[in-house]
Design a protein around this ligand. Structure first.
Ligand code: T4K
Length: 397
């Protein structure tokens, strides 16, 4: 194939983003029906019947006693940190979406960035011990790309030092660690239902826990701290989900098994097509339990592949394949955190290498087999024409 950077003609007419929501006809139809019900009832938000039904369904799916649904995962995390009454420092991976770190600061907690392990790209339990100080109050693991953290090791270290343990399960809807569904680990776990996620309510999030007192605090505080009519007991916020968003969740639930099967077949399809290309590796998922296979994550080893991850991303964008560098740079290298901690030297070698190598490919493809063939062909062609591609990049930098 001739690359668009040379021929000017992109492989895809329409851009294909990572995180392209797919709302199929049956989901749309159910959503419209549910919205009619909500309008007929004239009850549109504030702990409505759709929200309550969705909470029961999500708790059942993740095998947890409690599920409190809120307006997004960032607010879910803030409410969680507040419900646990944390102060001081919180240890979390730098290799995550920026919200995981920001939510700590919004709760006046100091984020302390930890490295990840090479195999699952999740927080390195061995490094945690070296970061604990008298001010440490909690650890946040992130089940990144649906890969579960090393849960037992994290539980052991938190128990040893008396720390609370939370999991950012934003990517892990419907995933499990061994036979146990994600949702019931640590003190609590939170999910994201953003439009670009495996399961979407447009915007949304949830806090899953087996601890009734945590659940109760979160429920009061997502509703301004009201503990009853005219009775504000806590510093709450507006973290509520509307009935429209909850209806979207209910309408989407029946499609979950089909979606999971589609994502798995796309992940496998990419793996087969890309495995022979030197310098390109696909991050394994689903090896420690069930995955939703929602993210297709590649690592590009420039020394072997011939061009850098950044060059490959530029070439893919010219082909209308909107690959994303999730997550580059690590949070600790984001300008905001560099300014916040100007004196700090972090020791995060795996995070820094992986964040330079990582890219996510679109997993929601309009014509999966055909589209994967084309995308794999682009990636193979770049490798075969590495010198010419480098020259193009140097001239167009
Ligand atoms: N923790 C982790 C580990 C997370 O990944 C996230 C969010 C959170 C916590 C916080 O969760 P929430 O508070 O959001 O519930 C996107 C999402 O906005 C963000 O939710 C997500 N992670 C992150 C990984 O991806 P951006 O800045 O990359 O989004 P954006 O606007 O560039 O959209 C991504 C692509 O999707 C674009 O190419 C356009 C396409 N797109 C997007 C939307 C919204 C569509 O085609 N249709 C759409 O409706 O953050």
């Amino acid at each position: 194939m001739e690359l668009a950077i040379f021929s000017g003609k992109p492989a895809f007419v329409k851009p294909i983003p990572v995180g392209f929501p797919i709302v199929e006809a049956d989901t749309r139809q159910r959503f419209h029906g549910l919205m009619d019900e909500a309008f007929d009832r004239n009850y549109l938000t504030n702990d409505g019947p759709f929200l309550q039904q969705l909470e029961r369904e999500i708790a059942r799916l993740h095998d947890t006693a409690h599920c409190a649904i809120v307006c997004n995962a960032t607010i879910a995390q803030m409410l969680s940190l507040q419900a646990l009454g944390l102060d001081g420092e919180v240890i979390l991976p730098s290799f995550t979406f920026i919200a995981t770190a920001h939510a700590c600061l919004w709760q006046n907690l100091t984020p302390v960035f930890c490295d990840i392990t090479e195999d699952t790209l999740t927080i390195d339990p061995d490094q945690i011990e070296t970061l604990i100080t008298p001010r440490t109050s909690a650890v946040i693991g992130v089940h990144l790309f649906g890969n579960p953290c090393q849960v037992e090791k994290l539980e052991a270290v938190c128990q040893k030092y008396g720390l609370r343990l939370l999991f950012d399960a934003s990517h892990a809807f419907g995933c499990s660690y061994g036979d146990r569904p994600i949702g019931g680990f640590g003190d609590l776990e939170f999910l994201s239902f953003h439009a670009t996620k495996f399961f979407s309510t447009f915007e949304g999030g949830a806090i899953l826990t087996n601890d009734a007192s945590i659940d109760q605090k979160v429920r009061w505080n997502r509703n301004f701290g009201f503990a009853g009519y005219d009775n504000v007991q806590y510093l709450g916020i507006n973290g509520k989900m509307s009935e429209a968003a909850a209806a979207m969740g209910l309408a989407s639930l029946p499609a979950v098994p089909r979606r999971m099967a589609n994502c798995q077949s796309i992940y496998k399809g990419y793996r087969e097509r890309l495995s022979a290309i030197p310098g390109v590796s696909i991050v394994p998922v689903g090896e420690q339990g069930k995955s939703n296979y929602h993210y297709v994550v590649l690592l590009i080893d420039e020394a072997v592949y011939g061009v850098s991850r950044d060059v490959l991303v530029s070439v893919l964008w010219k082909e209308n394949v909107l690959a994303r560098k999730y997550f580059y740079p690590g949070c600790h290298q984001m300008p905001f955190y560099c300014r916040l901690y100007p004196q700090k030297t972090w020791h995060l070698p795996v995070t820094e290498r992986v964040s330079r190598q990582v890219l996510c490919l679109p997993s929601n493809l309009p014509h999966p087999e055909e589209d994967m063939d084309i995308i794999a062909d682009i990636i193979a062609t770049v490798r075969k024409n590495a010198t010419r591609v480098q020259q193009w990049c140097a001239m167009n930098a």
